[in-house]
Design a binder for this molecule. Structure first.
Ligand code: B4P
Length: 192
């Protein structure tokens, strides 16, 4: 079973690369950002609470996202593996994910971190904001806030996987297919 964590700051290319990885490895894609946005679209109570935070560039509480992932893992018991995109975003989420996977007799295979400078992240997200309709992509201050949240709360997750010798880092600027090639190399190396 292949369980991959795709890691990196907002706009690093996690969603973009996930689409290609799902096709290549037939994994179930679990993006907490997408799951939260579908709750918002459906107008659920969870969605309303999440929207208030996401529109300010702030992380949603751990319990909320851990609960969503727990449900999705249960719904997909027979999957060939999972790609976790935008999750875990805190050390508490990483610990919870390990515990949930252990209950199913499996574990994370590897974490691949995409490294992209802040200037390029801002440029990409503002560009996406022109067509995505995502409020969190349309304002430079908000993007700065999201990067700040990442640096403070999410970066320690990299150390967590480093401690488990499951971490690899890839430079995320360049052609999408070139970056994809480097990610698949890292996965193959971790899977032997
Ligand atoms: P996400 O939906 O995860 O948002 P993201 O980080 O912006 O997405 P991503 O990084 O996948 O975008 P991509 O690079 O593919 O989260 C949104 C919000 O939800 C968070 O701020 C938070 O509030 C909340 N949330 C989500 N998960 C949570 C969790 N676990 N805990 C708490 N809160 C959570 O795409 C960016 C753009 O770059 C695209 O337009 C793409 O075309 C472009 N691009 C990609 N690769 C490129 C390349 N190589 N060259 C040029 N452009 C490229």
């Amino acid at each position: 079973m292949l369980n991959l964590v795709l890691f990196g700051p907002p706009g690093a290319g996690k969603g973009t690369q996930s689409e290609k990885l799902i096709e290549q490895y037939k994994l179930v894609h679990l993006s907490t950002g997408d799951l939260l946005r579908s709750e918002i679209k459906a107008g659920t109570e969870l969605g309303l609470k999440a929207k208030a935070l996401m529109d300010q560039g702030i992380l949603v509480p751990d319990e909320v996202v851990i609960g969503m992932i727990d449900n999705k893992l249960k719904e997909n018991r027979n999957a060939a593996g999972f790609i976790f995109d935008g999750f875990p975003r805190t050390v508490k989420q990483a610990q919870a994910l390990d515990a949930l996977l252990e209950q199913n007799g499996t574990s994370i295979t590897c974490m691949v971190a995409l490294e992209v400078e802040e200037e390029e992240l801002t440029r990409r997200l503002l560009e996406r904001g022109k067509t995505s309709g995502r409020p969190d992509d349309q304002n430079e201050d908000l993007i700065r806030k999201r990067v700040q949240e990442y640096n403070e709360k999410t970066l320690p997750v990299a150390n967590y996987y480093q401690g488990q010798q499951k971490y690899s880092s890839i430079y995320g600027i360049g052609a999408i297919d070139e970056i994809f090639g480097k990610i698949t190399q890292a996965i193959e190396k971790a899977s032997v």
